[in-house]
Design a protein around this ligand. Structure first.
Ligand code: SF4
Length: 354
């Protein structure tokens, strides 16, 4: 018998085709979509509005798979971290960062990463492979399983309210699968996370920024981390490929299409490297030069074993934030979360190396 087809990760058209291929009417796809993505059901036998006959057929032809949870850790500050394993044994991390009555799930898009940012633990783990759309979507489904958020709650009652595509991997190096996954996650008949509540974070793969954001309608965050090419190239080698000018020109083009688009620039503060007052002034000059409507997310560095950098002092971080704020840019300092469960990018996977 031919291999069964995995249903998670199919878009609406593909689901329809899969059903037609087993002799079912296309309208069944709507019901099945709802079971998969609105109810989060993983057991065909519980799809009660489908006939017994159809359920049997579905079982014979399809699978509904979640990644396996290898470890799950809950921090004293309620940050939760999962190490997930896919069918081929490859593993990624996912983190949930709660706020008071809502929170963001940080999902991964690749196993490892080819970008090699010097400050990033994932960057020190070579790229193994891209995740499929199914693997990207099913991460978030695991988070919903954990928090019992099925069927899809209303926007107001959601605990898992936001998604940040900011875990392991560079999403724009796995564009097709990321676009497909985000369109499934934001589909109003299923998981229904609003596009405004999904943020895609890139290290700056300039040629793909505008098209990917257009294809998904989600928000953009850019890992900038330095205000000039010399410095950025030393901590983010990708900058030699796509300069700050190319990245910020793409950002400007993205904003030109819609006045409501706001960009978040991620800025990790590394002691003595990129945390001077001059760096802050250069950032402001860049924003003005490209006319960008943006805010900064200032991130205190969370050192990992073997990292070459130290975190900036609290007073330096505050002084940096003040310069940006005085120039009219929102520049919140991200509170370090989950320190007791190694919440920095890539740390859980390394600690559990097979
Ligand atoms: S920061 Fe992101 S893009 Fe850079 S190496 Fe880490 S995972 Fe890759």
């Amino acid at each position: 018998m031919a291999d069964k087809t995995e249903l998670i990760g199919l878009d609406k058209d593909e689901l329809q085709k899969a059903l037609t291929a087993i002799g079912e009417k296309p309208f069944r796809a709507k019901q099945l979509w709802q079971w998969l993505y609105y109810f989060g059901e993983t057991d065909f036998d519980k799809m009660t509005n489908l006939s017994k006959n159809l359920r049997q057929k579905l079982k014979e032809n399809f699978t509904i798979t979640r990644p396996k949870i290898i470890t799950e850790q809950l921090s004293s500050d309620k940050t939760r971290k999962w190490l997930l394993e896919f069918a081929d044994g490859e593993r990624v991390e996912m983190v949930y960062i709660p706020e008071e009555d809502r929170g963001a799930v940080c999902i991964s898009t690749q196993v490892g990463c080819a970008v090699g940012c010097k400050f990033c633990h994932t960057g020190s783990q070579k790229l193994t492979r891209n995740l499929s759309a199914a693997e990207i979507v099913s991460q978030f489904m695991v988070a919903r399983d954990t928090y019992g958020e099925w069927p899809s709650p209303t926007q107001e009652t959601r605990y898992l309210s936001n998604i940040v595509v900011m875990g392991m991997g560079e999403p724009l190096h796995n564009r097709e699968n990321v676009i497909k996954a985000l369109n499934i996650i934001t589909d109003g008949d299923g998981i229904a996370i609003s596009r405004r509540r999904v943020t895609l974070s890139t290290s700056g793969i300039a040629p793909h920024i505008v098209s990917t954001l257009q294809a998904t309608g989600v928000r953009l965050a850019v890992s900038l981390h330095a205000p000039n090419d010399n410095l950025r190239s030393t901590i983010m080698p990708i900058n030699r490929r796509y300069s700050i000018d190319e990245v910020l020109s793409a950002c400007r083009e993205y904003q030109a299409g819609d006045g409501s688009r706001y960009i978040t620039f991620e800025y990790l503060l590394l002691d003595g490297i990129n945390d001077s007052a001059e760096c802050a002034q250069q950032l402001i000059a860049l924003m003005k030069k490209y006319g960008l409507r943006a805010s900064f997310n200032l991130i205190p560095f969370n050192p990992w074993p073997g990292s070459a950098f130290k975190p900036s002092s609290n007073s330096k971080v505050r002084a940096f934030a003040k310069i940006l704020a005085d120039a009219g840019f929102a520049a919140p300092i991200r509170v370090a979360r989950g320190q007791d469960i190694l919440a920095a990018c890539g740390q859980l996977k390394s600690a559990n190396k097979q």
